[in-house]
Structures are given as C-alpha cells and as structure tokens.
Write a protein that binds this ligand. Structure first.
Ligand code: AMP
Ligand code: MG
Length: 333
C-alpha cells in the first residue's frame, strides 16, 4: 500500500490521519465517521466546545454542507478557493453537531495543497480537520512536527513544509450579506473587500465586539499556539539582564490559566533565547511556528521576541494575532 492508500484505509475505518495543507498540517477524519471525529478530539485533547473546519475538494461538495450558498459566498469561493479562506455558513443535517460544537453553522474550506486535495477527492467525503497539535499548542507546519507532537502514534502524509504557515482566514457570511472576520489570516480583510468591490457584489463588514466574538467563534481562545517555553514580547530591544529583571517583577501578576488554557510560566528566569523573524509578513508567517518550536527546544528558561507596535495591524495582523495568543507576557516597552 502506498501512503495515500494507507491514509484512505485509516479514514475509512474511522481513524485520523495527519494531512498537509498550505496553511498548517491538519488532523483529519471523514465527516461520516463518528469514531474518527471523536478521535480528533481525543488525540488533540481538545474540548468539544471548539468546532472543527470541514475541508472540501470543490464548490459543489461545499454546497452539499450548507443551506447558505449565495452570490456572495460564490464570489468569495471563486476568488479565494482553493486557498486559505474558511467561510462559516449555516449547516445542513449532513454536518454532525460534533463537528460544529452544537452550532447551527459550519466552517468550510477548500485547501489548495495537492496532497490534501487528492486525499479529500479519493476519500469521496469531506474531511473535518483542526490543526494537528495538542490543544492550545503551536500548530505544525511539517509532517515531522505532527509525528513528534503525537509521539509517532498518528499516521502522517508527507507534503513538505506548509507554504502559508499560519491558519486560514475565517469569515462568517450571513444570508443578509454581513461579513465578520472571525480569525485573521494570510488573506486580509482589505483583499476580500477589494475583490468583492471589483465584482460589484454587495456585502458589509460587521465589526466584532468581544462578546459577539465569543459566541460566533467559540474556539478563539485568548491563549493558544503556545510554544514549549513561555514566550515574552517586548516592544523594543532590551539587554538580557533588563529583560529578565522585568519578567521577574511581573511573574506574580500572571494568572494560572486563561479561559481553561493553562498559561505557561517560567520555572526560573535566568536564561533567555531571542527569536528573530523575517521583516516581511508573508515570510514571517511561513517561519513563525517553526521558529517557536525550535526556540522551545533550547535550554533557555524563556523565549523573547521584539515586536514593535507597527507590527500589530495591517499586513501583520495575522502574525500578531498568533503571537499575542502564544505569549505569556507582553512587556510594554
Ligand atoms: P483549528 O483548525 O484548530 O484552528 O480550529 C478551527 C477553528 O475554526 C475553531 O477554533 C473555531 O474558532 C473556528 N470555527 C470552526 N467552525 C466554526 C463555526 N461554525 N463558527 C465559528 N468558528 C468556527
Ligand atoms: Mg488549532
């Protein structure tokens, strides 16, 4: 059996497989195999209130899963699929509430990675897949990351390093043409706006307020993507000694957990490993998780990254969103 056949067999038998996609590696199960869906949550130690994204091979397949396909969703799919855009739409009964955490909506995405596409097509069924990491931890961008995350217990299809490197942009689309950005990604709000305006498709952005955000995107925990060691952000360069002292003075303020996710705290604060990322947001996204993993494997007590204020919006928004959630502490200068 070749690796693809092996993966298909595992999926058919109600198991999970590591699936390469252009965003990050996913932990996939067929949506018509309840055992597989349950195995996703068990393997990741993911709480059932965090819904899964369903991956499809085509627009036609997506349409079987939602009652909300409209000219607006069609325009978005035509522009950005296959690719790193997830649309949250009203679900049909074909989508189990295990996938949606009991919500009436489902997140749909058509990935562009050739291995993912082949897998979904040959399975003949959409595949539900969250990122293939333990709940709350750094997402994997290589097959090796997934194997190590689950101690070699998960079969992983090899697909090379993920080219985008961070999770998809998630947009909810209502029947009335309201768009909400639930998670920033490599496809920016500005890009979506430009495409829709060019096509003269009518829509409007609804601003998120924290409370609505929680109901609409239950999985968007404040702390997420955490590396092996506590990550500290600073707004400008600092000497090691100054940084360590600042961290020590803030340790007592750090909560044990935030929204059920245990916050990483340094055991001692003596050695720091500085992380550097490229000065380009696309390249920084591609390298982010690999850099966090590598630094996490060092013997330092804390990881630190200089992240200036101007990198907290615009084209940097998606990377900033992950860093903010991955960090245990953000020092204010
Ligand atoms: P992951 O693939 O691990 O990044 O997780 C998928 C994320 O997609 C979840 O944490 C949710 O934030 C989001 N998501 C999936 N389905 C829905 C939905 N129906 N409504 C809102 N957000 C969703
Ligand atoms: Mg995830």
């Amino acid at each position: 059996m070749n690796p693809l056949e092996q993966a298909l067999k595992i999926l058919d038998e109600g198991g999970v497989v590591g699936m390469p996609t252009e965003t990050v590696y996913g932990l996939a199960a067929r949506i018509d195999r309840e055992a597989g869906l349950k195995a996703i949550f068990a393997t990741k130690q993911r709480p059932f209130f965090d819904p899964l994204i369903v991956h499809v091979a085509s627009i036609a397949q997506a349409r079987t899963l939602t009652t909300g396909w409209s000219p607006l969703t069609e325009a978005l799919a035509q522009a950005f699929w296959p690719g790193p855009l997830t649309m949250v739409l009203p679900k049909t009964p074909a989508v189990s509430s295990l996938i949606t955490s009991g919500l009436t909506t489902v997140g749909l995405r058509c990935p562009s990675h050739p291995v993912a596409r082949q897998l979904i097509e040959d399975a003949g069924q959409p595949l539900a897949a969250p990122s293939a990491n333990l709940f709350g931890r750094t997402s994997p961008t290589t097959a090796e990351h997934v194997k190590r995350e689950f101690d070699g217990k998960v079969f992983v299809l090899e697909g090379g390093p993920s080219s985008v490197g961070i999770e998809s942009t998630i947009v909810s689309v209502s029947d009335q043409g309201d768009l909400r950005l639930l998670r920033p990604g490599s496809i920016t709000r500005e890009e979506i706006t430009r495409v829709l305006q060019n096509q003269q498709t009518s829509f409007r952005w609804i601003e998120q307020i924290e409370k609505i955000e929680k109901i609409m995107a239950p999985g968007q925990m404040k702390h997420h993507y955490m590396p092996q060691r506590p990550l500290i952000l600073t707004r400008g360069p600092m000497r090691d000694g100054d940084l360590l002292q600042r961290i020590r003075s803030r340790l007592e303020d750090l909560p044990e957990e935030v929204e059920g996710v245990r916050l990483l705290k340094p055991q001692k604060v003596e050695r720091v490993s500085w992380i550097a990322l490229p000065n380009d947001p696309v390249l920084a996204a591609r390298q982010l998780y690999q850099a966090l993993r590598e630094a996490g494997e060092s013997s330092a007590d804390v990881l630190a990254l200089v992240w200036p204020l101007e990198r907290r919006e615009g084209a940097w928004l998606a990377v900033w969103d992950r860093l903010r959630k991955a960090a245990s502490l953000d020092l204010e200068h």
